[in-house]
Design a protein around this ligand. Structure first.
Ligand SMILES: *Cc1c(COP(=O)(O)O)cnc(C)c1O
Length: 230
């Protein structure tokens, strides 16, 4: 994509984060912009890196592995944010620094077992299902505590916090309500696990509400790179 447009998009996004942080009396430096680069080219990611971004989120393993290889010289931090099938855990554990979408014990165990010994522990967030639809990804709130204890006990994972993808809503109050319920679950977990420090929530359309409810990682894609083709 056009590099000037990309630079303008990133500047606007940083301003949105700064303003919403200010409104909530938060420090913008406590909020990480994770650039969601799924479907984008390595050239676009390189250009975003030239604008100061160094952490990228991918949902589709095959295309991610190609880009991670092509961009090896940049020393980027890679986050896996998509659904995880068992046959993908080895590659994810080998090539990513973070995984945001852990929602099954079996997957967590495999990631821990398959994390290469020469790398630091894999940083993980548990994906919380706040919509209550059993078909959706994410662990149910009732099961969160037990699941978190199981994951925290795995030697090669470092549990950092929660991730959520609320149903899209154009209504700011509704957005905040959804993020508030994630924050509540997070605070409750932290009573027994004070080391947890990460709330991964907020995308291009709802990041103001996410910042207001305590997000520490925002995951914008469209707001940086423009609309996706697929
Ligand atoms: C695609 C995606 C995003 C980015 O969404 P935008 O609306 O483009 O900002 C964030 N998080 C996850 C998990 C995604 O799959």
């Amino acid at each position: 994509m056009n590099e000037q447009l990309l630079a303008d998009n990133i500047a606007k996004l940083l301003e949105r984060v700064r303003l919403s942080a200010e409104k909530s009396q938060r420090c913008p430096d406590d909020i990480l912009l994770l650039a969601v680069s799924k479907t984008r080219s390595s050239a676009d990611i390189r250009a975003a890196h030239a604008c100061g971004l160094d952490q990228f989120g991918e949902s589709y393993l095959q295309e991610a592995l190609i880009k991670i290889g092509e961009l090896d010289d940049l020393g980027l931090v890679w986050h896996f944010i998509g659904p995880i099938q068992s046959n993908k855990t080895r590659a994810i554990a080998s090539h990513f620094h973070w995984v945001h979408s852990v929602d099954r014990v079996k997957i967590a165990r495999r990631l821990s077992e398959q994390r290469p010994g020469h790398l630091p522990p894999l940083q993980v967030c548990l994906q919380l299902n706040i919509s209550g639809e059993p078909s959706k990804s994410g662990v149910a709130p009732e099961q969160l505590q037990e699941f978190a204890e199981g994951v925290a006990a795995l030697p090669r994972l470092q549990l950092r916090g929660l991730m959520a993808i609320p149903a899209p809503s154009p209504d700011r109050a509704e957005q905040r309500q959804a993020f508030a319920s994630v924050r509540q679950a997070f605070e409750q977990l932290r009573e027994n696990m004070p080391q947890l420090d990460t709330l991964s929530m907020g995308m291009s359309a709802d990041l103001e509400a996410a910042v207001a409810e305590g997000a520490t990682i925002l995951r914008p894609g469209t707001a940086i790179f423009g609309p996706r083709d697929r």
